[in-house]
Design a protein around this ligand. Structure first.
Ligand SMILES: [Zn+2]
Length: 237
């Protein structure tokens, strides 16, 4: 579905855009597509079992799956990144923070295949980035913002699109439609690191938040961040 001109959500089990039989409606992350000239850039790519549905969804909105040039990963969890090995075979460029890149290369417990009773398919990203790094993809400037805690490699991506500051936030905020945090069972989850990332996120300036699961925020997205920060400090200190 189109969220802004040229910006689409093309996957996400909580939104009813993708579904599979692994473990119900929370299995697949939100997958976003940016149409930049004749190219398409994805943010996350889902669990792999739904990639055919994602391609069908793209066709429904007039997007050619063959135009996908690049995929930015928010983190290494199975539901966000397992399709990376499929994209790799298609010659699509994969970009991630260095700690996410290390996790998907090994496919170890940091990728949480065990949570889905699946084996994560390891792959090498083409470019690993660090906090604050600016990318230029087909003329669009994209900033990678490292927000570790849910996983050590968690990274959000900031763009300016149609005059709005848009943040692809991954699982740092309210992922499954309840609560205010990403899942806290990851082997590399860390509470204090997570609190510091919420503080950092609350100081960012953005108009639209597109998270890794569940609801997008087009109105006062920082309210959700501040609520999460407040709850984290009450629960986790
Ligand atoms: Zn996650």
């Amino acid at each position: 579905m189109q969220l802004l001109p040229g910006l689409f959500q093309i996957g996400g089990s909580l939104s009813g855009l993708t579904a599979n039989q692994v473990a119900g409606p929370f299995d697949d992350c939100n997958v976003y597509a940016l149409k930049i000239k004749e190219h398409i850039v994805l943010i996350d790519c889902g669990n792999g079992e739904t990639f055919g549905q994602i391609e069908q969804n793209m066709l429904s909105w007039g997007l050619d799956p063959k135009a996908i040039s690049t995929c930015l990963l928010t983190h290494a969890h199975y539901d966000h990144a397992n399709a990376g090995s499929i994209l790799k075979k298609k010659g699509i460029t994969l970009i991630a923070h260095s700690q996410c890149a290390d996790a998907v290369k090994t496919g170890d417990e940091r990728c949480c295949g065990f949570l889905y009773h699946r084996k994560f398919q390891p792959f090498e990203v083409d470019k690993s980035i660090l906090d604050g790094q600016q990318l230029n993809l087909h003329g669009l400037s994209i900033e990678g913002i490292h927000l570790p805690g849910h996983t050590q490699g968690c990274t959000a991506y900031m763009i300016t699109w149609e005059g709005k500051r848009v943040l692809f936030s991954g699982d740092v905020i309210g992922t499954l439609g309840y609560g205010h945090f990403g899942w806290d069972g990851s082997i590399d989850f860390d509470k204090q690191t997570y609190i510091n990332s919420l503080r950092k996120m609350a100081r960012l300036d953005f108009d639209v938040m597109l998270p890794g699961h569940g609801l997008c925020s087009f109105c006062r997205p920082l309210d959700r961040v501040e609520t999460s920060l407040n709850e984290a400090m009450i629960q986790w200190r």
